[in-house]
Design a protein around this ligand. Sequence first.
Ligand SMILES: [Zn+2]
Length: 72
Amino acid sequence: MGCGQSAPKHGLLRFVLREGRLEADPDARLPGRGAYLHHDEACAREAVRRRGFERSLRTTVRLPDDLLESLS
Ligand SMILES: [Zn+2]
């Protein structure tokens, strides 16, 4: 998801939902359904714009205010 590029330039970062809120899971340790995004701010912007998290996780997603900062 995200920018749609399959070749990761920046590696992948896993996100999970915790009580409806999106949370980064850099060590891939948290339980639940994960959404993967390139570790890249532009990719995250694209994912937000296209509602990629909702589509990937199939539910309503509350995005953290620092989502983009955490990827920059
Ligand atoms: Zn990407």
